[in-house]
Design a protein around this ligand. Structure first.
Ligand code: SF4
Length: 310
């Protein structure tokens, strides 16, 4: 019953935020959000779990200029978290009412267990599974797993100009490989969502990149700014850690990385809220560290929302 209440409120909150973004609701109307937020706090959302990121590897075949995770090819493929540990985290998350998760990295398709982990996630009842990938290394078996399980694949394209994209990823030929990966996913009618991180090199290219993706068959597209986290720190002047967050990480989110360390979200990796080896995530989700962080973000006017539609 508690879960159903939280989900209903989540849905209403999400719909309200979407309306804000789409119609740029003026400040007076925005204040109507506050009672809803207060209601969510009373409903215990600051202690719940609604969305789980699993950063299954820190390694990536690319080396993007802005990467908040600081991923690169030289980092370990597998660290302390083994297959059984990831499965245990997913079981615990389900027991806490969580039904949405994303596999991310690093580059998650490098991990030999990604397919098995996706099947396990579905088996234990995650109704919404996502993979965030650079789409350069998609194996046939993974593409078929995405199709079979109805996985939402999210990816980044930094420009429709191959030279600019490759300059940002630090890897010649990455544009061609990503585009070929997108074409394969479109052919298999896999659900896709594209994002474009805007920085000096590509800031003027959002519209043409959106058109390019639309021609490929990708209709879901958003942009974001560089976060001053990880390698992104070098690209953002005068960044303050809390100011780099999107502002919604107070709302039932948790990220677990390849060492078992847990953070309130993928960006807030400077705030450790515990390690799930060997104790698991229940104590972390119910713990005061995570709760205090969520309260701080929540009370800071919900943080700043920087994602916008082009
Ligand atoms: S593809 Fe993603 S994980 Fe890999 S370096 Fe680029 S931003 Fe980081």
């Amino acid at each position: 019953m508690q879960t159903a209440t939280n989900e209903s409120l989540d849905f209403v909150g999400h719909a309200f935020r979407t309306a804000q973004e789409l119609f740029r609701v003026p400040s007076l109307a925005r204040s109507a959000l506050h009672p809803l937020k207060r209601l969510r706090v009373r409903a215990g959302c600051l202690k719940g779990l609604d969305f789980l990121w699993l950063e299954i590897t820190r390694r990536c075949n690319l080396r993007c200029a802005h990467c908040y995770a600081g991923s690169r090819p030289q980092l370990p493929l597998i660290e302390k978290m083994q297959f059984a540990d990831w499965c245990r985290v997913m079981e615990e998350a389900r027991s806490l009412g969580c039904r949405r998760l994303q596999f991310i990295g690093g580059e998650p398709t490098l991990h030999p267990d990604l397919g098995r982990l996706l099947h396990y996630a579905k088996r234990v009842g995650f109704r919404h599974c996502e993979v965030f990938t650079n789409a350069t290394l998609l194996r046939d078996d993974l593409v078929e797993t995405f199709k079979e399980l109805g996985v939402l694949v999210r990816f980044s394209l930094y420009s429709s100009d191959p030279a600019i994209h490759d300059q940002i990823t630090g890897q010649a030929g990455s544009f061609e490989r990503t585009v070929e990966g997108i074409r394969r996913l479109v052919r298999r009618k896999i659900r896709l969502d594209a994002s474009m991180i805007l920085m000096d090199q590509n800031a003027a290219q959002a519209k043409q990149t959106k058109r390019f993706l639309r021609r490929l068959g990708v209709t879901s597209f958003g942009t974001d700014r560089v976060r001053g986290i990880g390698r992104g720190e070098q690209l953002v002047n005068g960044a303050r850690a809390m100011g780099e967050l999107c502002g919604y990480c107070w709302s039932g989110k948790l990220c677990v990385d390849a060492s078992g360390d847990a953070y309130p979200c993928v960006f807030s990796r400077f705030v450790s809220v515990g390690n799930c080896l060997p104790g698991g995530i229940k104590d972390i989700v119910k713990g005061e560290k995570l709760s205090a962080f969520r309260r701080e973000v929540f009370l800071d006017k919900g943080g700043q929302k920087n994602v916008r539609q082009v």
